[in-house]
Design a protein around this ligand. Structure first.
Ligand SMILES: [Zn+2]
Length: 439
């Protein structure tokens, strides 16, 4: 018997598809009736030719640049806004890893849709109604891990302790020690950081604290075995990954208790496609396919998005799961924006991080990749700095060689490593960990 937040998570997939077909037609009529942006964008497309989701590839993509231009063309919420401004109840800021941040508006129905997806995610991650949850994502800058995640947790029925990453290490740890919450949500780097300094701050290790369930997101890596194992050992807790993005609430992919890939959790809210990021051709969603995620909102009122390219590259890892959820699972590689091409080989910074983390305890897991070239492509070896743990007895030249060999063997990419002492690389603190640094 499946244990899910929502019945739609266990519906036969064909029934989910039927629901999506109907919602898609309604959403398309809605955007053509209410969004100037889409009226213009789809001027050359005959509405009558789009009779099912199978025809969706006839519609041009929506990109982040389109949305930025739309926002500038018609402030405050852009040409794409489709609901009257007096029905907008919340405006979020999309973090904008490249260029200016964009604004994402929601009506109260949109917030309900976001919350339904978010509650499924946290439930899949093991959180339950009445669990006390320490919220340690950044609260500032409109980051959706902040307020929006708190709303998701409340929708699920949790008791949220919204201290946020900005409260700082000491306050967060002292509150955990005093209130004894059973769960925590935060970025993997925050979970590692709090876990590593607990002994110094509280005089007890994180394993002695009350946290037994941890949901991580905001950075890639939570689903990588070596990174997960380190966090689980630090806290003696169950760690599960989730993923989403600001354009559609906060989170809509989640690991269940099988902890091997993230289930789609956006049934009835988002239609998901996979495309080849180079040719832009649609790819079948079957086990083993790697591609870029493309999302279409199915019931969005304020800022609907059709065929929106978020930039996440994923591989479909499984179509079935013993947990009973009928949604397929994916593994993520990171944002296409972050992907580096070294002598023609694609490499994601998160994959390099994974190799370095596996060399703990000789490394601390912290690193920076120094980009001394324009763009994302280079024919020279990648230069990177890696922290050696203070208690590592390994000769630094030997460690350099070890890291360079491991990365070349596992990722077929050449790197030049400079070893730096523990603490030399700035900790991400309340921010997302940035593995790339441009010189
Ligand atoms: Zn599952």
């Amino acid at each position: 018997m499946a244990n899910t937040f929502d019945e739609i998570e266990v519906l036969p997939w064909s029934e989910v598809t039927d629901i999506h077909e109907e919602l898609f037609q309604k959403q398309l009529d809605y955007v053509l009736g209410n969004s100037e942006f889409y009226r213009r964008k789809y001027a050359g497309v005959a509405r009558s030719s789009i009779t099912s989701l199978a025809d969706i590839s006839e519609l041009p993509f929506t990109t982040k640049d389109d949305i930025r231009e739309s926002l500038l063309a018609l402030p405050p919420l852009g040409l794409h806004v489709a609901a009257p401004l007096d029905e907008i109840v919340q405006i979020q800021s999309s973090s904008g890893t490249t260029g200016m941040p964009t604004f994402v508006a929601a009506t109260s129905q949109d917030i309900e849709t976001w919350n339904s997806m978010g509650a499924r995610v946290f439930y899949a991650n093991g959180f339950r109604p009445r669990d006390w949850v320490m919220h340690a994502y950044a609260m500032g800058r409109g980051f959706v891990g902040g307020l929006v995640n708190i709303e998701h947790l409340q929708h699920l029925g949790c008791c949220v302790i919204p201290l946020g990453a900005e409260s700082g290490t000491e306050r967060l740890l002292q509150a955990i020690d005093h209130l004894k919450p059973v769960a925590m949500c935060a970025t993997p780097s925050m979970v590692n950081h709090l876990g590593s300094v607990a002994q110094d701050v509280l005089g007890k290790s994180a394993t002695e604290l009350s946290i037994r369930k941890i949901s991580v997101g905001g950075e890639p890596g939570g689903g990588v075995p070596a990174i997960r194992q380190k966090m689980e050992e630090l806290w003696n807790a169950d760690v599960r990954d989730m993923m989403g993005g600001a354009d559609f609430g906060s989170t809509y992919w989640a690991e269940c208790d099988v902890k091997d890939g993230m289930h789609v959790c956006s049934q009835g809210a988002l239609h998901v496609e996979l495309i080849d990021p180079d040719t832009l051709e649609s790819l079948p969603i079957v086990e083993g396919t790697t591609g870029e995620l493309v999302y279409t909102t199915l019931r969005r009122q304020a800022t609907p998005l059709i065929r929106y390219r978020m930039g996440d590259i994923v591989t479909v890892s499984d179509m079935n799961c013993s947990c009973g959820r009928t949604g397929y699972r994916i593994k993520t590689h990171g944002r296409a924006d972050d992907m580096l091409i070294v002598r023609g080989v694609n490499v994601f910074p998160a994959a390099i991080k994974d190799v370095v983390v596996q060399l703990a305890p000789d490394t601390t897991g912290y690193l920076k990749i120094d980009l001394d070239f324009d763009g994302h492509s280079t024919y020279e070896p990648l230069k990177m700095r890696v922290e050696q743990s203070a208690n590592s007895t390994m000769d630094s030249a030997a460690l350099t060689q070890r890291i360079e060999d491991e990365i070349r063997n596992k990722l077929t990419v050449r790197v030049i490593v400079t070893i730096v002492p523990e603490g030399a690389i700035e900790r991400p603190g309340a921010q997302k960990e940035k593995l790339l640094e441009r010189s």
